[in-house]
Structures are given as C-alpha cells and as structure tokens.
Design a protein around this ligand. Structure first.
Ligand SMILES: O=C(O)CCC(=O)C(=O)O
Length: 251
C-alpha cells in the first residue's frame, strides 16, 4: 500500500478547488497498473461475449465491476484512490460510490460528449469526485479528457443538452494533460468534461474511473438513472445504504 498523503500538496488541493480538476502524477505503481490491465482484459472478454453491454457513446464502458471481480474490489479498498479522494475533497470520511471502465480501442473515433456527472446521479452534496486512472499513455490524440476550468462553480446542470464548448473554446479555459500509466485525474462531480476519439492506430486508451463521496452527500430522488444507483424507497436527503456504498478506510 502506497502512502499518498505526503505526495499530494496543499497546492494540488487548491488547484482542484479552483479548477475543478487536477492531474496527479505517479501515485499508482506498476503493480496496480498490471493488475488492473489484467482485470480489464477479463471484462473485455466477458463483454465480447455479450455485445449488448456496449454503450454507443463511449466505445466501451462498464460499471460496478467491483461487486463481481475481486481485483476491482481490491483497488477500491487497498489502492491509494480513497486517500486521494478524501484529501482532494477535504473529507472527514469517504464512501465509494461506484467504478466505471472506459476503453477506446485504436481508431475508435466516438467522442465522449461534454457533460458533468452529478446531474446523472441520484445524490446531492458538495463532496463528490472521480479519480480517473490512466492505464495507458494518454494524450489528446488518444482521447485524453478535457475539462472546462472552474465549471464546477457554475452549479449548472448540463443534462442532455450541454452547450457546444468546441464551438466556443476561446471563451473558456480548457485543461488537459498528457498522462503516463499510473497518473490520475481527479475531477469534481460538477466539472464539465469530455474527450475526442482515439485517433491513434496503435494505442489503446483504457481508464478506470472510481467515484467517491464525502460525509455531506445524501440521496436525491430521481425518476431515471442507472439501476444500481437508484435505491427503492429512499427519500431525498436520506443517507445512502452503506452495504451498497461502503465507507472506505483511508490509510
Ligand atoms: O473516459 C471517458 O471518455 C469519459 C470519462 C468520464 O466522462 C468520466 O469519468 O466522468
């Protein structure tokens, strides 16, 4: 287990608060990357056998692997991700919300459309973030994520019809980083982000996003959403069930 607390500076936290997204370098070691790549291959094989699971927009995306595959579960409870999320959100305690795999094979040109995450999730609160871990070398040409700096402060719901940020790029400060495997992005649940297609002919773009919530987050009733995020009978403002969204000890 890598200790992360000393490797994230107060300046990183301040940058996260100001911009809504930061890139943190080298916090996940080669062993985590190798383990996750092997775990991703298992999912790819499983999905190859069940093409209906492929999502149109993201080339390949899958959620809640941690409930089925011990390696993804180990990542949640033993990797530095929980400590990173807690530190960036200045959270007293951190809960795991869910994991999501994003894979774009070479030449898969579908963009990841501009959006922010929180409107799609049946929760409310300020301490919500994602840790997006690169499992490959990632550049803008291989579908690196791009963020609209400061957009988490707009408190605006992008929903199904976001503005065309590409057409108005000069109005915004855009952030994106070239990444090595083991680098991660951390973004707030309201930060607007998107990505182009993977224009490379030989480089895959595999990333594992883990979603984390702090002590202020409660349920928000929603009439639609991913079935595994909706909780039958739970009212807006009530606590999330800990068996489905467990607290993770930060070491
Ligand atoms: O990796 C991608 O293409 C999209 C990622 C994303 O939207 C997210 O992690 O919230």
């Amino acid at each position: 287990m890598t200790s992360t607390s000393l490797e994230i500076s107060e300046n990183d936290v301040l940058a996260f608060e100001r911009q809504g997204a930061v890139c943190l370098r080298g916090l996940f070691d080669a062993d985590w990357i190798a383990r996750l790549r092997a775990a991703v291959e298992r999912r790819v094989q499983a999905v190859a056998a069940n093409p209906s699971k492929r999502a149109a927009h993201f080339s390949f995306t899958e959620l809640f692997m941690w409930r089925e595959d011990p390696e993804f579960s180990a990542f949640v409870f033993e990797s530095p991700a929980a400590a990173i999320a807690a530190r960036m959100m200045r959270a007293k305690s951190v809960r795991f919300y869910f994991d999501q795999l994003f894979l774009k094979e070479p030449g898969m040109m579908e963009p990841s459309p501009w959006h922010n995450d929180l409107p799609f999730w049946p929760i409310q609160g300020a301490k919500v973030c994602s840790v997006w871990l690169a499992l490959d070398v990632v550049t803008k040409a291989t579908s690196g994520l791009e963020y609209v700096a400061g957009s988490q402060r707009w408190e605006k719901i992008m929903g199904d019809a976001p503005p065309d940020f590409d057409a108005e790029r000069d109005r915004y400060e855009m952030l994106n980083w070239d990444m090595q495997p083991g680098d991660c992005l951390v973004h707030h649940g309201l930060t607007v982000h998107g990505a182009g297609g993977n224009t490379s002919l030989d480089t895959r773009r595999r990333a594992l996003a883990t979603r984390w919530i702090g002590e202020d987050v409660v349920y928000r009733e929603k009439d639609r959403g991913h079935a595994q995020l909706l909780v039958d009978g739970l009212k807006t403002g009530e606590a999330l069930p800990p068996d489905r969204f467990p607290e993770v000890a930060v070491r």
